[in-house]
Design a protein around this ligand. Structure first.
Ligand code: S3P
Length: 173
């Protein structure tokens, strides 16, 4: 990938869609560094995302997420960025991504997401009813993912290696 304006590759999609794992594989195949935005936020905050939601709250987390997204995308080095599932929600975030990156949506059904995530208690937005919450979030966020994405890859029933190969096939020069 060259150093043109859309120099980065950003993966978006719901939690459990495989963004971090796929980003790592794609980064290795394309010889590009990989960044996980959730990890950058946690490092900046000095605490976990679960603790951020439980303490300062989701808005504080979203502010940090937006700030860290801008900072990651400002790097001149072409990078693969795995975002958190809600990073597309703020229009300013979608604009930042569109300016600096090719954005790929890893689209998965709520059932696929639930099968992968299970009932992980560390997911603040899934609360007591993970499958029901995933269905609502999937419904609410579809427009934002569609708006953000340059490319869509359906990942239901497809392993991470094959998803990564599909990403590489679509973005490699
Ligand atoms: C979130 C997804 C999480 C994390 C936070 C909020 C969301 O990231 O950013 O819990 O709003 O969907 P992953 O998609 O990497 O799990």
């Amino acid at each position: 990938m060259s150093t043109h304006a859309k120099r980065h590759l950003v993966l978006v999609g719901m939690m459990g869609s495989g963004k971090s794992t796929v980003a790592a594989i794609v980064g290795e195949r394309l010889g590009m560094p990989t960044i996980d935005l959730d990890e950058v936020v946690e490092a900046e905050a000095g605490t976990s995302i679960a603790a951020l939601f439980a303490g300062p709250g989701e808005e504080r987390f979203r502010d940090l997420e937006a700030d860290m997204l801008v900072s990651v995308l400002a790097d001149p080095t072409p990078t693969i960025v795995a975002t958190g599932g809600g990073a597309v929600l703020r229009p300013d975030n979608r604009t930042s991504m569109a300016c600096a990156a090719t954005v790929v949506w890893l689209r998965a059904s709520p059932e696929t997401l639930h099968a992968r995530i299970g009932d992980d208690p560390g997911r603040p937005l899934l609360a007591d009813d993970p499958l029901g919450s995933l269905r609502s979030l999937h419904e609410q966020r579809g427009v934002a993912y569609r708006d953000a994405a340059d490319l869509v890859i359906d990942v239901d029933g497809i392993g991470v290696d094959d998803v990564a190969a599909a990403v590489v096939a679509q973005v490699a020069p």
